[in-house]
Design a binder for this molecule. Structure first.
Ligand code: MSP
Length: 516
């Protein structure tokens, strides 16, 4: 039986249309899910939409439709994005589904049974935009006297009866969890940030509201609606069959291997969520990875500035695999990054078209022209041949190590060292000159290159699936031979295998055409 691997995206608020931030989080998960599947894992990859709460209720009211019809409409945009980005999620959860109501109410019951919840009353600040409570000390005042949360969201005063979760009692156990599992929060800088927040002391958390209706009612007291974050976080276990925990998918996939989140929602995932789970007698996830935020041409992205980047537009303009590659390569995963047309085109024309696309194209067209369109026969390998082949064979382990710590940029950089080495090798060996003087050597050189491209195309599948698949098609590698178990010399290309007519993959960006 293969080892399981469970990876999740945050579930997206449906008050918004999908933007680059949503595409980015899910893309990172998709690349990881594809990598693990190719590496033989039994992967479950989950995404979905967060459909309850005051924010969604308000957006539906503003649109003049009832919240259910509103969420039905807007949730579809996120499914469309998944299709457009070629995401391979195994499930798409919506918090308005029946299975989720059942699961989140069962989680509540577990917390009540463990005496982790009590009735009190809340008086304090709340930001609807963040769906989060803030203390006075966290707020700043604008010139007009408005109070603003650190995220920039406006807060309002809330005073109402509320159920509370005994978060304050979980401080030591959370710190113990972080210390025992240093990989629980990545990257390291975020780990320190969360640990010092928890060391600073935790207050009990208000987990129900009575001032609106759009959510899951508290079992036995339906004047109260559950706090939208408790509701939303539970999606990760709903999707694997909670409240059933002994058998089925829960038994197979929990605890999750990675919850991928943006840095803004780390606290909910690395503090509240493991506390809720442990309090309910369930295991915490293995890791929460917090990635950074994108700016647009140096500016913070915001609706009011009108500079939101639409992922559908990006794909249309630059191509899907180009966008996927850029987002994962441009910025060390975990750090903030800047999107600019210039840097996009630089990656697209440099790394993709010149380095990788050109390598594949040169090799395949020389084979088509000089070797009857078949995988060439080869003689003995020289040191230089073995060096390149060895570097290609060695990639899987190195890239796997980077993927295991979600260092996508590093994984790609490692793959590109071999792409560059292969280009240097072509120039030095100059197979085009060998045709007359030493055709057998030409065959060997082209064989070494084709084998190298096979390895590179196998390994780039998680990042740029369509282009890698087209390269593998052109090498006549059958779809059943594309998993990483076919990596290495034992599964090398067989001389004499017929190859289809080569076609360019990974084109250059042509400025004039795009500007018309
Ligand atoms: N609904 C909550 C998550 C609940 S999970 C149990 C939520 N949704 S969200 O739609 O607002 O956020 C979705 C994700 O988009 C977050 O991970 C957030 O960090 C990410 N991004 C939003 N803007 C972003 C950028 N400009 N850049 C990168 N990611 C950004 O929060």
């Amino acid at each position: 039986m293969s080892e399981s691997y469970y990876i999740t995206t945050p579930i997206y608020y449906v008050n918004d249309v999908p933007h680059i931030g949503h595409a980015y989080t899910t893309l990172a998960c998709d690349a990881l899910a594809r990598f693990k599947r190719l590496d033989g894992f039994d992967v479950k990859f989950l995404t979905g939409t967060d459909e309850h709460g005051q924010k969604v209720e308000k957006s539906a009211a503003a649109a003049g439709i009832d919240p259910q019809a509103f969420t039905d409409q807007v949730s579809q945009n996120f499914r469309d994005l998944a299709r457009a980005m070629n995401f391979t999620n195994d499930d798409f959860i919506r918090t308005t589904e029946k299975r989720h109501h059942v699961s989140v109410q069962a989680l509540w019951d577990r917390l009540v049974a463990a005496d982790e919840i009590y009735l009190g009353s809340y008086a304090g600040w709340y930001a609807v935009r963040d769906e989060a409570f803030y203390t006075e000390g966290e707020l700043t005042k604008t010139e007009a006297g408005k109070r603003i949360a650190p995220s920039g969201a406006e807060v309002e005063w809330v005073e109402e009866p509320s159920y509370f979760f005994r978060l304050s009692a979980w401080q030591d156990r959370l710190l113990e969890l972080y210390e025992k599992h240093p990989g629980f929060i990545l990257p390291k800088s975020r780990y320190n940030e969360v640990a010092s927040f928890v060391k600073g002391g935790l207050q009990d958390l208000s987990v129900s509201r009575c001032s609106f209706k759009w959510g899951v009612p508290v079992p036995g007291d339906d004047r109260h609606i559950m706090y939208v974050w408790l509701d939303a976080l539970a999606n990760y276990i709903t999707a694997i069959g909670h409240p059933e925990t002994e058998t089925g998918e829960y038994a197979t996939y929990w605890p999750a291997d990675v919850h991928m989140v943006g840095k803004d929602i780390l606290r909910f995932h690395a503090v509240y969520w493991p506390a809720f789970l442990m309090a309910a007698g369930l295991e915490p996830p293995k890791r929460v990875f917090a990635h950074g935020w994108w700016t647009n041409e140096g500016q913070k992205i915001s609706k009011s500035l009108g500079n939101v980047i639409d992922p559908f537009w990006l794909i249309e303009k630059y191509g899907l695999d180009q966008v996927r590659y850029f987002l994962l390569r441009e910025v060390p995963f975990g750090k903030d990054g800047d999107f600019s047309h210039a840097s996009m085109v630089h990656r697209m024309n440099g790394d993709l078209a010149n380095d990788f696309g050109n390598l594949a194209q040169r090799v395949l067209s020389m084979i088509a022209k000089n070797c009857n369109g078949c995988v060439p026969l080869h003689g003995d390998f020289t040191d230089e041949d073995n060096q390149l082949l060895g570097a290609a064979h060695g990639l899987l382990v190195k890239v796997g190590e980077s993927m295991d710590v979600q260092a996508f940029h590093e994984a790609l950089e490692t793959i590109w060292t071999v792409i560059r080495a292969a280009n240097v090798y072509v120039d030095r060996q100059a197979p085009w000159k060998l045709k007359k003087e030493n055709p057998e050597r030409m065959g060997t050189v082209l064989y070494v290159l084709a084998e190298t491209v096979r390895h590179l195309a196998l390994l780039t599948q998680p990042f740029m699936p369509q282009s890698s698949e087209r390269m593998l098609d052109q090498l006549s590698v059958s779809p059943e031979h594309r998993a990483f178990s076919f990596f290495g010399p034992e599964h090398a290309l067989v001389p004499g295998t017929g190859l289809p007519k080569p076609q360019g993959v990974l084109p250059r960006y042509v400025e004039a055409e795009a500007e018309e």
